[in-house]
Design a protein around this ligand. Structure first.
Ligand code: SAM
Length: 320
């Protein structure tokens, strides 16, 4: 699938639910999760089968909200794993319910996963997530490694005066466990959108903090893809860290991604407030391909060359 700017689109982020058991302060508005929308399991499966079989989507990330709260998750993954054109099924989670689910998900066909972890300090973790228990996420990460969902990628949203003093510590913690640790610039999306610049730790500062402790070498193929990854070499430690910098090093020209929300809307660009509905083409048993194809084409052709930074929804609704 080629968009109007010549970019190949082969990655789909599918939000299974906008419900979350945490309420990260930069992600969930007003201390409350949105309405708890769950996508119908058959609709989700047929959407992915259609997009993968007919439109070249080869990489699927299941997200939310919190995808581990989606009751038929394991059954859906087993069904998705039968789609021959899908090269990988990955998932992004806060890890709170991961310890029990990691092994069955790996057996069911999940390729690997990303876990969000913004601090190693229990009190800070509880504060940023509004109530999360760090031990549960840490045990979830260990269980995912044990289950072979590797490399586990750790997502860290770098935030000024919150965790910018922990950047090297979190990297070291992850590297010692064989994880890839990726630091994200906070995006102007969600409850802190209007003050995102105050919370922003630019990529340059993230790299300075990492370089004080580690020797970093950029991995050439990865530059701006959207993560720029760095090989870490040292006497006692090695591995990969990455930086995702949508604000100071935007990568729109290399974006290969579309999203579908748990209410069945296509979001072609995370920074653009427009979306198009697919739910009307699902009759409870069958996806009506002709209408869905027309809407997909409209969405893909309207994908902006550069994200206009006009998103009004939060990541918890869009599917992060
Ligand atoms: N509940 C899962 C989790 O916590 O990973 C998946 C959904 S969450 C919306 C996905 C990712 O979006 C998380 O890594 C989160 O940190 C990130 N995210 C949400 N809002 C963000 C923002 N304003 N800027 C940068 N990253 C954001």
């Amino acid at each position: 699938m080629i968009d109007g700017c010549g970019r190949t689109i082969d990655h789909l982020r599918l939000s299974l639910t906008d419900h979350c058991n945490l309420a990260c302060r930069y992600c969930v508005p007003n201390n409350a999760s949105p309405c708890g929308q769950m996508i119908d399991e058959d609709f989700a499966f047929e959407l992915v089968r259609w997009l993968s079989t007919h439109h070249g989507i080869h990489h699927l990330r299941l997200t939310g909200g919190e995808p581990l709260l989606y009751p038929p998750l394991l059954r859906l993954i087993k069904r998705l794993a039968t789609i021959a054109s899908l090269r990988e099924i990955t998932l992004t989670t806060n890890g709170q319910a991961l310890e029990q689910q990691a092994a069955p998900l790996a057996d069911g066909g999940l390729s690997r996963l990303n876990v969000s972890l913004d601090s190693l300090d229990a009190e800070r973790f509880a504060r940023v997530t509004r109530g999360g228990t760090i031990e549960r996420t840490l045990r979830g990460i260990e269980a995912a490694i044990e289950a072979g969902l590797t490399p586990v990628k750790i997502n860290v949203v770098a935030q000024k005066s919150f965790n910018d003093d922990e950047i090297a510590d979190i990297a070291q913690w992850g590297l010692l466990r064989g994880c890839v640790v990726r630091f994200l610039e906070v995006m102007p999306i969600g409850p802190l959108a209007h003050v995102a610049h105050e919370h922003l730790v630019p990529a340059s500062e993230i790299l300075d903090a990492l370089s004080e402790r580690f020797t970093l070498t950029a991995i050439s193929g990865s530059i701006g893809q959207p993560a720029t990854d760095y090989a870490v070499t040292g006497k006692c430690i090695r591995g990969v860290v990455g930086v995702i910098a949508p604000t100071t090093r935007p990568f729109c020209n290399r974006c290969r991604r579309i999203r579908i929300t748990s209410s069945g809307r296509i979001v072609a660009c995370v920074h653009d407030g427009t979306s198009l509905g697919l739910r009307k083409f699902w009759d409870g048993k069958k996806l009506h391909i002709q209408g869905a194809n027309e809407v997909l084409l409209r969405a893909i052709l309207a994908k902006p060359e550069e994200g206009p930074r006009q998103q009004t929804l939060s990541m918890v609704t869009l599917g992060g």
